[in-house]
Design a protein around this ligand. Sequence first.
Ligand SMILES: NC(=O)c1ccc[n+]([C@@H]2O[C@H](COP(=O)([O-])OP(=O)(O)OC[C@H]3O[C@@H](n4cnc5c(N)ncnc54)[C@H](O)[C@@H]3O)[C@@H](O)[C@H]2O)c1
Ligand SMILES: *[C@@H]1O[C@H](CO)[C@@H](O)[C@H](O)[C@H]1NC(C)=O
Ligand SMILES: *[C@@H]1O[C@H](CO)[C@@H](O)[C@H](O)[C@H]1NC(C)=O
Length: 454
Amino acid sequence: MSQHMPNAYAADDIPSTPGKFKSEKLPYIHRLRWYSPLSKLTFWSFLLLFLIFFFVIASPPTSSPSSSPPLDSSRRSLRTAAWGGLEWERRVRLSARIRGGTTPHRNNNLRNGLCVLVTGAAGFVGAHASMALKRRGDGVLGLDNFNDYYDQSLKRARQSQLERVGVFIVEGDINDSTLLQKLFDMVAFTHVMHFAAQAGVRYAMNNPDSYVHSNIAGLVSLLEACKFANPQPAFVWASSSSVYGLNSKVPFSERDRTDQPASLYAATKKAGEEITHSYNHIYGLSITGLRFFTVYGPWGRPDMAYFFFTKDILKGKQITIFEGPNHGTVARDFTYIDDIVKGCLGALDTTKKSTGSGGKKKGPAQYRIFNLGNTSPVGVLELVKVLEKLLKVKANKKILPMPRNGDVLYTHANITLAQREIGYKPTTDLHTGLKKFVRWYLSYYSDARKKGSW
Ligand SMILES: NC(=O)c1ccc[n+]([C@@H]2O[C@H](COP(=O)([O-])OP(=O)(O)OC[C@H]3O[C@@H](n4cnc5c(N)ncnc54)[C@H](O)[C@@H]3O)[C@@H](O)[C@H]2O)c1
Ligand SMILES: *[C@@H]1O[C@H](CO)[C@@H](O)[C@H](O)[C@H]1NC(C)=O
Ligand SMILES: *[C@@H]1O[C@H](CO)[C@@H](O)[C@H](O)[C@H]1NC(C)=O
């Protein structure tokens, strides 16, 4: 076959219009001359080859639960690491197994415990939630692409903490529908706890695509997988307090307006609330959205102020503190990670079942949105004061007016609804929580073995 190619190219290497010759960009098949018998033969051979390729190699993998891993790489451009293989499958099943029970397969009824797919499991909140679920006996399978938005070694360290308790994190992207199909074929998840997202407000100005990829396309891929699963899992996911945007009525209640996002991040979270609503409405997926308010704590995110203030204060580096117009305080309703995790578990435990099957709705399904905050906003200067006290180091502060880069001035959660419906009750004040964070930070970054403790 290959010996025909030079001929075909040579015959066609003459630009029809001077100056418009773009040989590299045109697919080979467009260059064939229909009147040449040789080319005709070439064309049919190519067509045959193409058809063979299409049916043998590019056909979707079979969906029987026991099917071997898909072998083609062409459909797996999102792969960040190898998945598939017998050992991989064994680890997936083992991790998803409910303690005292067996791995639930489709058509088997569950007697006890949840079987949860946790996306973003190597992330801050995802790792804590996975740990808590596993510890109480639920089956947990993680999924994370270990992207480099922040220090990947921190994600790896969380992963190894999880491995010690038996949680396996599949390395892959939530927008990889082939992988999702494989996972849903292997395990009958009762719940999906969806944390994977491009987080951060300011980064959206550098890399807007990553927000669309994970928070929009990835979300839809995941919902598609849930919609086709049989039985459909209940879906609990992390929205954000940022959806309140320019809303200035405080405290923020779930019914307040959320149509004025101040950042692309906020806009994608708001879009997620609308997208999940449509899947609830059309396909009967049970949906719970959780609007987290500035979560902090051990194993936290290095891109957040409390984290990099700690780092910079210890290094003696100047920290920049933003203030609002007329020297107004910028404040956040800081919420400690353990309180958030309790809220996540409360949400999981109170979900009603999805009602659809085979991609079809059978009846109305639950749709809920809750604030998960702490109900006591703290100004940034106050945050720094607490850190100075805990670190026993004076901060070198510079105060600047807040640039308009997506951050809002103030957040404050009304948590009445979550209290009533899912028993959410935060109990950790900022001083207590930061004390635990600082203890973890010092141990994690001073210990050469990077062990820390959970
Ligand atoms: N931490 C907060 O203060 C806060 C506040 C509001 C909302 N949230 C939301 O809570 C969730 C968890 O936040 P976090 O603080 O743990 O963030 P995180 O960045 O630590 O965790 C997110 C994880 O998802 C993974 N991920 C991202 N895109 C992915 C993709 N396409 N496929 C697979 N994995 C992917 C990342 O590698 C990361 O490990 C996010 O949805 C975030 O938007 C967090
Ligand atoms: C997400 O995946 C779909 C196919 O599953 C693909 O068409 C799309 O380009 C992907 N989107 C992004 C933003 O990566
Ligand atoms: C808090 O939310 C509840 C509804 O969940 C509402 O009834 C109440 O008025 C709100 N409180 C304030 C102070 O906005």
